[in-house]
Structures are given as C-alpha cells and as structure tokens.
Design a protein around this ligand. Structure first.
Ligand code: ATP
Ligand code: MG
Length: 565
C-alpha cells in the first residue's frame, strides 16, 4: 500500500471531539472516522486490523468445533413479541416498518432468531450439542454513544449461541466458549480480567464478562488483589463484616421526631450518625408481593443483588397504598409489627448494635432497636454494593474497585427463549423438552480500540504483531531519482517476498515521515536514503527498539527472522 494514495490521512493533532487517548490515536492514525453521531467508517488501515481480529476469531471458533452461520439483521417483530423483548428492550432497539406497515427491527442481538431457527431445525436430542456463531453488524440506539468506537450505535459483534438438551450440556458449551474467547483476547494482545457479571435483560443463570481495566472504562469491577475473585460491582459480594457484639443495649424507647421522614432528617434531629439508623425500603415483586428491606441508614439497596438474593424476576418501588396495607407507616416504617410483607434484613443490620428505626406511628421513631433481640427478619440477605477494602469472599484480602471496559460477555440463558418460542426437542424417552441455550458476544471495534489503548506510547500506536494492519512501513527519504528507484525496487521485492508493506512514497520531509511511522505504529520501519544507498544499506528500526544498519542484500532475510514469517 502506498501512503500517497492511502484512503484516510494521518492527523497531526487530535480532533477536539476525541475523548480518550485510544480514541485520539484511532482518529490521528487514520483507522476510522465518525460519519454521524455514534457510527464510524473504518478506513483501510482500521479495516485491516478488524480483518485480523476476525481471522483470529474464526480460528478459535474452528478450534472448538463451532459452526458459522448468519441471521438477518432486519427482523420481523413476531419472535420478539413472543419472548416479550419487543417491549422490554425499550428505546435501545431500533424499530421501523416496511411498505406494508409491518413492524421491523434492526436486531441488537439474536437470541430470538436462533430460537426460531432451532424450533425448525432441531427435532431430537441426537442433533445436539450445537454451537453456532457469526461476525456481523448489530445496531443499538444507545442514548449516548461515546469514547469513539467504545460505544457506537452500529457495531460488529461476534455472537455465538449454544443449543443443548440439558444443563450439563450448557455447562460444557459455556466452558468451551469461555476458553475460546479468552484465547481470542490474549492473542489480540489484550490484558483483561474475567469477571462475574449480571445476567441483565438477557435473563438466565450465570454470566461472565471480560473486562479491560482502564481509567476511561464505564463499568466498575471489584477485584481481589490475589486474583481470587473478580466481579462487576453491580453484583459483587464480599465476606460478611465481623458481626459486632450484641451489646447490652438499653430497652427500646419511643421518641418524637416531627416531620422527620428521611434518614438525613431523623439522624440530624436525634443527633446520631446515619449509620446509627435503620432504613426501610419497600418493593413490589411478582414472587413475594410486598418486600420490606431493612438496611443500615447510610447504605443503599442494590436492586440487582436483591433480585438475585430473592430470585425475583422483577421489582418495582411499592405504592403508598401497599405499604399502608401492610401495617407500616410511610416515612416512619418499622420492621416491628409489620404484617403482610416479606421482611428481609440486609446483613449490615445484623450485629450493628442499637439503631434508630421507625415506630410505625406518624411523627415517632424508636431508639435502641436491636436485631435479634427486638425483631427478626424472614431472611438475612446481602443487598448492599461492595465498598473498597471489604474482605474477599475467597481469601479475605481487602477488595479493590477498578474502572473497566467490557469487551465480551457470556451467558447461560437456559430455556427462557426456547420456551417462549416453542423450540423443543424429543428427549431419549420421546418427551418434548425446551432446548437449553447459551449466548456469547465479543465486540470487534471495542476490541480494536482497546488494543490501541493498551499498546501505545506518546508517539503513537505500537501494534502487536498478531493484529498489525501491515508488517512494516518503508520510508523513502529524499527525492533523487536514485532514491526513488531504489525504494520502488525494494517495495516490489518485499511485496514479492510476502511482506505487507506501507510504502511512504510521499514527497514529505523526513520529520513528517518519521512521525507518521511512529503514529501508525507498524512493528518495523525501514528507511532508504541517499546516504544509506551509498553504503549499500538500509536502516531497520523496530517500533520500540534501536535503529540498525542492514546490508541491502540481507533485508529480506533479516525481516523474515524478525517477523517470524
Ligand atoms: P454495555 O454494557 O457496554 O452496553 P452490553 O452488556 O449491552 O454492553 P452485550 O450485549 O453483552 O453488551 O454485547 C456483547 C459485546 O458487544 C460487549 O461486550 C461489547 O464488546 C460489544 N458491544 C455492546 N454494545 C456495544 C456498543 N454500543 N458499541 C460497541 N460495542 C458494543
Ligand atoms: Mg454485556
């Protein structure tokens, strides 16, 4: 490729919209350009990197015996209505209609399509296990596309789906894809952590994310310094804090707290810390009706953890009528004497010592309420968000909180989609059972940008050899006929020998060419100049190493060795 006619130029300065270093380098090196808010065009250099990432993905998928397939990106709403996600997915899903006014969507993910296909293709347990995958375009109408190619509306995903006859089959498929995904990321040169994750709108039992620790990440992950535990903060747990001694507390005492309906007001009025109060939070749930959570006043209920702890499919704030019907007084609610609600205590309450709690009487609170002495909950749960320094559940070491970028996600879905769509198979006894599904995704542009984030210096990108767009950049320094001819000849020879060369044949100054070579960041830079010609040599420099003279006649051999080709 000749730099003079390469589609996509390098930029000396980062455009002002670039939000982080990797985004700046992607734009400056001419890998991609925004075409409209949230959508990027990949320029030839960026496209070559994407193709190399894809090649690694195809190899790793083949290694675990997965089959490539493809589903349409524009889909009818029908299957989505059957699973309920036509409504649930909300505005993130792009919706439109065809000329006959039939509702269509641009698929943000393809579980419905796969379950729909499986309904027709899989009749017997003998046809499984199956894992299929594609590398294709997804569209999500993200509220705020940001960070360059980190969060886009249109992006490319490797999405894979496993179909099994039972939970053990799903466990196998999940382990296989997990292994392949970790290989893919490692081969792309990415350092990441595999973290336990929320199953989110996908539903299902278990999920794992591959997260790149980064100050510009949007996620927060909890990591054990010994590598014993890592989880997304949304669902992370820690070891229970030491339960305080059950103190010999004074008996309960009712105190007037006029117009104090919030924790801050009560704590201020009674002059106690917020951590010295118990807070009541009410939820309406499909499984247990009204749920009354009691949590230490300074903490918040993490709804995802509450859902997981109680096995809830959903939850919403309870209405005032519901709260009143349970015998609680809103603003002054107390776990003492409540009926008609499932009372759960966060573990922060247990052994916390005497607390201020509501009195279930307008304008009054109780002092010296002790869990275990004065009341007990139906369940003690852990529904608070982990704080830095809490002990690791596996080794007790103080946990760290880090920012991270999610580059991949795998889910054990179970039968949610196949049941809704009627994708069943006949088991060994001839009975119809729903197919057990898993779903797995890696984002290609996000991976590309993360590679840039993890492989650069102040001069530009430093491509790992496994994903570099080309092998080397050939620089013609000087405009004489001799230099031109020698450079052209070398370019041809290198191409003949199978090297992918970016040939800087422009009439720019040496300074500009050296800077661009560092910015684009191919593994090697090869210089032809008047002076070197006289010495019958060229200069070879690894992107991060020292320049060295190489006799002209040995260039190809030396490069073969250096690039292990
Ligand atoms: P996020 O939480 O970042 O919105 P997600 O959890 O919705 O992502 P998944 O449905 O798990 O994403 O998609 C699998 C992978 O696809 C992600 O791990 C990520 O690499 C990629 N991906 C998802 N959304 C985007 C996006 N808007 N832009 C670029 N890549 C994306
Ligand atoms: Mg995800």
């Amino acid at each position: 490729m000749r730099l003079s006619t390469l589609f996509g130029r390098t930029l000396r300065d980062a455009p002002s919209e670039a939000e982080n270093v990797a985004h700046q380098l992607v734009l400056r090196a001419g890998l991609a350009r925004p075409l409209q808010a949230g959508s990027y065009a990949l320029l030839p250099l960026g496209m070559r990197v994407l193709r190399r990432i894809e090649a690694i993905m195809h190899e790793e998928m083949a290694r675990i015996g997965v089959q490539e397939f493809r589903t349409p990106v524009v889909q009818s709403s029908e299957l989505w209505e059957q699973t309920g996600r036509y409504d649930e997915y909300g505005p993130l899903m792009l919706r439109f209609a065809d000329r006959a006014d039939r509702p269509l969507i641009f698929a943000p993910t393809h579980e419905e399509a796969v379950a729909g296909l499986a309904r027709r293709e899989i009749l017997s347990h003998r046809q499984m296990p199956v894992i299929v995958y594609q590398i294709h375009t997804k569209y999500r109408d993200e509220i705020r596309a940001r960070g360059g190619m980190m969060r886009m509306r249109e992006f490319t995903m490797l999405d894979a789906y496993s179909l099994d006859s039972d939970a053990e089959g799903l466990d196998d498929a999940y382990a296989k894809v997990d292994d392949a995904f970790q290989h893919i990321l490692t081969r792309c040169g990415i350092r990441f952590v595999a973290v336990e994750a929320a199953t989110g709108e996908m539903g299902g039992r278990e999920a794992r994310e591959y997260t790149v620790l980064s100050a510009v990440g949007e996620d927060t992950v909890v990591v054990c310094p010994n590598g014993d535990y890592a989880a997304n903060l949304e669902i992370a747990v820690s070891d229970a804090p030491e339960a305080g001694k059950v103190v010999d507390a004074a008996p309960i005492e009712e105190v007037a707290t006029p117009n104090c309906t919030t924790i801050t007001e009560v704590a201020g009025y009674l002059n106690v810390p917020e951590a010295g109060t118990a807070k009541a939070v009410f939820f309406d749930t499909p499984e247990h009706g009204l749920v009354f959570v009691v949590i230490r006043g300074d903490l918040e209920v993490n709804e995802l953890k509450l859902r997981a702890a109680l096995g809830l499919s959903n939850l919403a704030p309870a209405s005032t009528e519901q709260i009143v019907a349970s015998g609680a007084v809103p603003g002054y609610a107390s776990p003492l004497g409540v009926r008609g609600a499932l009372v759960v205590a966060d573990r922060s309450i247990v052994g916390a010592g005497p607390l201020v709690a509501g009195a279930n009487r307008e304008g009054y609170h109780l002092r010296n309420v002790v869990y275990g002495r004065d009341w007990e909950a139906a369940r003690v749960v852990d529904v608070t968000t982990v704080q830095k320094g809490e002990p690791c559940i596996r080794c007790g070491a103080p946990l760290r909180l880090e920012r991270g970028i999610e580059v991949g996600h795998i889910f054990k879905l179970g039968t949610r989609y196949t049941e809704a769509i009627g994708a069943t198979f006949l088991d060994a006894n001839g009975e119809a059972q729903p197919i057990v599904m898993g779903s797995y995704g890696l984002g290609l542009e996000r991976i590309l940008q993360v590679i840039v984030e993890q492989h650069h210096d102040e001069r530009g990108i430093i491509w790992p050899q496994a994903v570099t767009p080309l092998h080397l950049q050939l620089l013609r320094i000087g405009k004489s006929e001799g230099v031109r001819a020698a450079s052209d000849t070398l370019y041809e020879e290198l191409a003949q020998a199978g090297f992918h060369v970016l040939y800087d044949d422009r009439d720019e100054t040496a300074g500009v060419k050296f800077n661009d070579a560092d910015l684009i960041g191919l593994p090697f830079r090869l210089v032809v100049s008047e002076r070197l010609l006289n010495e019958e040599a060229v200069e070879l420099k690894p992107r991060t190493g020292e320049a060295a003279r190489v006799p002209r006649g040995q260039v190809i051999e030396v490069l073969r060795e250096a690039l292990a080709l």
